[in-house]
Structure formats: C-alpha cells, structure tokens
Ligand binder design. Structure first.
Ligand SMILES: Cc1cc2nc3c(=O)[nH]c(=O)nc-3n(C[C@H](O)[C@H](O)[C@H](O)COP(=O)(O)OP(=O)(O)OC[C@H]3O[C@@H](n4cnc5c(N)ncnc54)[C@H](O)[C@@H]3O)c2cc1C
Length: 539
C-alpha cells in the first residue's frame, strides 16, 4: 500500500478534536496511542500510518456531523466495525485520518414480527441481533459469519459475508431491506420502501436498487448507520451430517450438486491441510466449552450427552488425513422436510464418491456458531491470513487445481519458510462456491490479535519475532492466487485494497462508478484507495 501525499489539512488536530468532542462528547473521542495504533492495522495489514483520532458516534446525526467536520478539516474517514477483516479496508494510508468506531451504535431500533423486519444500528454484532431474534422465534435469513461474536452488521454488509444460512439465502446483503447511509458530504441517504411515515422500511425494491449500491462497497461510498433486514420464522428442525471425499474434485462436485439442489442451509468443507491444523488446534479448554454447547443444543440431555461423548471420544480424529471433509446442515419447518433434504444431500455425497463420517464438526459448528476468535492465529500462534474467490459451480474444480499447481511449484520455498496452507470451501445459494485458501506462517502476532483472541488462549501460544521473508512469500503467493481468481472471473467479498475491482470493470461500469463516487465522496475522504478508486484529486 502506498503512502498518500498532497492531502492538505485545513485545520489543526486539536481544533478538530474539539469540534468532534462537541458532537459526540469528550468520552467518545480517543487520542491515546494504543487505541490509535489498534485502529491503524487489520488482521493482515500492519500499521503504516497512524490514525489521528478514534471517534465513536452515537447516532446517525452524529455520524453525519462527524464526517462533515472531518471533511471540513481535510481529514480522511475510515469507518470501522470490529476490525476483523484482512484486506486493508479501514487501514489509514496517511496520518490525517480519523477512525469512525461504529461499535457504540449497537442498538436494535425496531424489531417487528408484524412486518417481519428488524432495524439495527450498524455497529450491532451478529451474535447480539441473533439472540434478540431467537427470543421471539425469529431469525435473519443469512444469519452471520463465524466472526459474529464481535464482527458487526455494518461490517458484514459493507464487505459481504459467507457462512450461516448462505446455502439457502446467499450472502449478508441479500437479507437487507434498506439502509440509512451517510455519504462523505454528510448527506443522509435512506433507501427502500419506507412506509407511511417515510422512516419505517419494509421492502427493498422501489425503483433502482440504491440499497445494493452501498452493499459490498467496503465503506468507500458511504457509512452505513442503520440497517433493516427481513426476518424469517426460525426453522424448527435441523440436522447435520459429514462426509469425507478422496479428492478435492469429488468434494467440489458434491458441493456444486448440493448447491444446485438447494437442500443445505450451509456447507463448510476443508482440505487435508486445514484438517491437520484443526486437529492441532483442539485444546482442552475449547473442548469443554464446545461440549457444553453441544449438550445444550440437543433437545434432550440424554441425546446431548451422547453427542458430546462421541466428540470427546475422538470425533475430531475420524477424518482420514488425506481426505477432504464436508460438513452440512439442513433445516426447515417440518421434520419430514429436513429428513428429505438430508437424504438428498447424502445421496449426492455418496454419488460423488464421499463416505459418511461422524458428524462431530458439523454438530459443533451449529452448536457454537460464533466461537471466540482464537482461530485468527495458527495452532501454536502462527500468523494466519485467508484470501478467497466466489467461483461459479463449473469452474471451482479447475481453480482448485490451478492453486494446488502453484503450491506444488513453490513447495521448496514454502517448506523452507515454514508456510503452511489449507482451504475452506462453502456454497452460496444455488450458484456459487467460495474457495478460501488460508496461509499460516511463523510470524508474531500484533495488537489486533491481542484485542480479539481470548487471553487464556493467547497465553498458551508462542509469540514469534517478525519474519519478513516468510511474510513476503505469503504476500507473493496470495497475489498469485488472486491472479488465478481474476483469470476465472470470480467475485470477491471483502475487496478492500487487495482484490482488483474498479480496474477489472468494463469502461461503462468504470465511468458509472466514478460518477457515483464523485457525488457521494467528491474529496475522496472515505477509505481512500479502496475498491481501486484513485485516492485523492480528480478521477
Ligand atoms: C476468526 C475469523 C473468522 C471469520 N469468519 C468469517 C466468516 O465465516 N465469513 C465471512 O464472511 N468472514 C469471516 N471473517 C472475516 C471478517 O470477520 C468479516 O468479513 C466481517 O464482516 C468483518 O466485520 P467487522 O465488523 O469486523 O468489519 P471491519 O473489519 O471493521 O470493516 C470491514 C470493512 O467494512 C467497512 N465498514 C465497517 N463498518 C462499516 C460501516 N458501518 N459503514 C461503512 N463501512 C463500514 C470498513 O471500512 C472496512 O472496509 C472472519 C474473520 C476472522 C478473524
């Protein structure tokens, strides 16, 4: 990432600090170095510049006033949820940047069973919203990423998510009905059909889809202040199963057919590399917590204890070390419907060459959907970073083969630098597979990891010194993989400053995007450089 130059502040920092404190209150403007440094890095990108101030607005009006004040003073604005991303989206490119900490805006503003919608402030976490809905027998269609213990609805809409409910309902934005967005000029944009009072959104489509414009923008077109999502009745029945496949191609063929048939609520698969990592990761503490969650989830104590006993006896070790395991969940309104979906998914897996294995991991994932974020470090404290592509069902096997060919070609370098890899695969609705290669390498952790990993877990890991050579190799490998994804025309979530977006669009789309950017952020103050928009001055 390049340092920006030529960004001229028009007021000094203490003047801006006073102006912001007058808007949000003294307690919500932070200038201590530790917090500023924490907000200056993400899970992958280390700090290269330092945030000037961390500002936590408490309402949409405060967001608008803060953005206007920052813009008037010549500062860039970096909206931040929980900071659990790894593509440099909110990382400052120069010191004259304020971090807009959205986590104070965490209220549920309206939960209506009558209208089957929920409106939340963008800083609400997935886990908090899910808990509030569960109490009323309701659920979001897409109901969260595995980071949902701390990651926010606003972050998940701004960069899109994969995981829970995605098999039936697609990504996070597909559940969104309306947004209240603050542009870089402080304008408030309210999207969707919004009822008699003009402020009770209930339906997304009313003319061109302005809601969609701001979904997946990584915060560079506007700050999401409020999000309305549609609700479904919480499925009354669910079941899970796990299969093991001898090859990645067999796994991806099965996943594609499961996606086409629409039977799974979500799928989650690994490669042999990630299975090894997961085995190493299993810790006593984690297992005690996990077993408790599994017992609590089963309808009777007897069934719960049996499921927990199977896991404790060694369910994690039942996967052949060279195989690709697939875990899936089916859910629905009737037991018979879920049984029929499970039978179809089993038939598909068997036809693709899969063998059924103990469904311990599938059970654990559903019993504990939002675990502590300890997996942002490797099993003994190695650095971790994923990348991904949203592939068509037909191209996924070829993409996997091309990535594995890169690893084969660079095996000696990777072994020498102790760079390990794994894959996570998941389906998106009936028409995509997310291929997510992950890297582990011997590099120490930073403040961002300390802020998210449980202290007791961190205490068991080994801190390592910086390893610039291994980090450079991971950077190069990640770049090579992103080029493969580009060749296959995959989509991407969490684009940030890593995946080519603007530069990969056709001339017409680019012109349209630039015109929109010119209106919502004429001075390029929102996450400069993200999505590939030039980071300052005229386009
Ligand atoms: C252990 C772990 C597990 C994960 N599991 C998953 C998973 O299962 N599925 C998945 O999809 N991802 C996963 N992720 C990635 C990541 O957590 C998610 O992408 C998540 O959506 C990030 O949300 P956040 O609130 O932390 O956003 P941040 O990281 O704070 O921000 C992300 C981007 O959105 C912008 N942004 C944030 N809030 C706003 C707002 N209110 N308005 C405008 N822009 C905003 C930021 O500027 C930035 O560009 C995982 C990450 C970790 C560390």
């Amino acid at each position: 990432m390049e340092q920006e130059t030529g960004f001229a502040p028009s007021a000094d920092l203490s003047g801006l600090k006073d102006a912001l404190a007058a808007i949000v209150g003294d307690d919500h403007v932070g200038d201590d170095l530790t917090t500023r440094q924490l907000h200056s890095e993400d899970v992958w990108v280390p700090a290269r510049a330092t945030i000037a101030l961390v500002v936590a607005p408490g309402s949409t009006d405060e967001v608008a006033a803060v953005v206007r004040a920052a813009s008037d003073a010549g500062y860039a604005v970096a909206p931040r949820g929980a900071g659990m991303s790894y593509t440099g989206g909110y990382v400052p490119v120069h010191d004259r940047t304020i971090s807009l900490d959205m986590t104070r805006m965490d209220r549920i503003l309206r939960l209506s069973r009558d209208d089957m919608t929920v409106t939340v402030e963008a800083g609400a976490t997935w886990v908090a919203v899910n808990e509030a809905l569960a109490a009323q027998g309701l659920r979001l269609p897409f109901w969260g990423p595995m980071s949902g213990l701390s990651s926010t609805i606003g972050g998940g809409i701004s960069q899109l998510n994969a995981m829970f409910g995605a098999g039936h309902y697609g990504t996070s934005s597909e559940s969104v009905v309306a947004l209240t967005v603050v542009t870089a000029t402080g304008e408030v944009v309210r999207t969707g059909a919004r009822g008699p009072d003009g402020d009770t959104p209930h339906y997304r489509h009313f003319g061109p889809d302005l809601t969609g414009l701001f979904c997946g923008d990584c915060g560079t077109l506007g700050v999401k202040a409020e999000v309305t999502m549609r609700l479904i009745a919480a499925p009354r029945f669910e079941d899970t199963a796990s299969f093991s496949f001898p090859t990645g191609k067999a796994l991806l063929d099965a996943m594609a057919e499961i996606a086409r048939s629409g039977v799974a609520a979500e799928t989650c698969a690994f490669d042999p590399g990630l299975t090894v990592i997961r085995m190493k990761r299993a810790s006593l503490m984690g297992d005690v917590k996990t077993l408790g969650a599994v017992v609590a989830k089963e309808k009777s104590l007897g069934k719960g204890l049996l499921a927990a006993a199977k896991i404790a006896i060694g369910g994690r070790n039942c996967i052949p070390p060279t195989d690709y395991p697939l875990h899936f969940a089916c859910e629905g309104r009737s037991k018979a419907g879920v049984e029929a979906d499970m039978a179809e998914a089993r038939r598909i897996c068997a036809a693709a060459g899969g063998s059924e294995i103990e469904n311990t991991i599938a059970k654990v994932i559903r019993a504990m959907p939002f675990p502590p974020l300890n997996s942002m470090l490797g099993p003994t404290g190695e650095a971790w970073v994923p990348c991904h592509g949203v592939a068509s069902l037909s191209t996924a096997p070829d993409i996997l083969a091309d990535i594995l060919a890169v690893y084969d070609r660079r095996r000696a370098e990777m072994d020498a630098a102790e760079v390990h890899t794994g894959f996570l695969f998941t389906t998106m609705a009936s028409n995509a597979i997310v291929i997510e290669p992950v890297f582990f390498w011997p590099q120490g952790w930073r403040k961002i990891h300390e802020s998210a990993v449980e202290p007791a877990h961190l205490a068991r890991l080994t801190q390592r010194p910086e390893d610039p050579d291994a980090t450079a190799l991971v950077t190069a490998l990640r770049k090579e993989l992103i080029e493969i994804f580009a060749r296959y025309g995959t989509g991407h979530f969490q684009i940030g400053r890593i995946y080519p977006y603007r530069e990969s669009r056709d001339a017409g789309s680019k012109a349209l995007l630039d015109a929109i950017k010119g209106v919502v952020d004429p001075d390029r103050i929102l996450n400069p450089g993200v999505l590939g928009f030039p980071a300052g001055g005229a386009a």
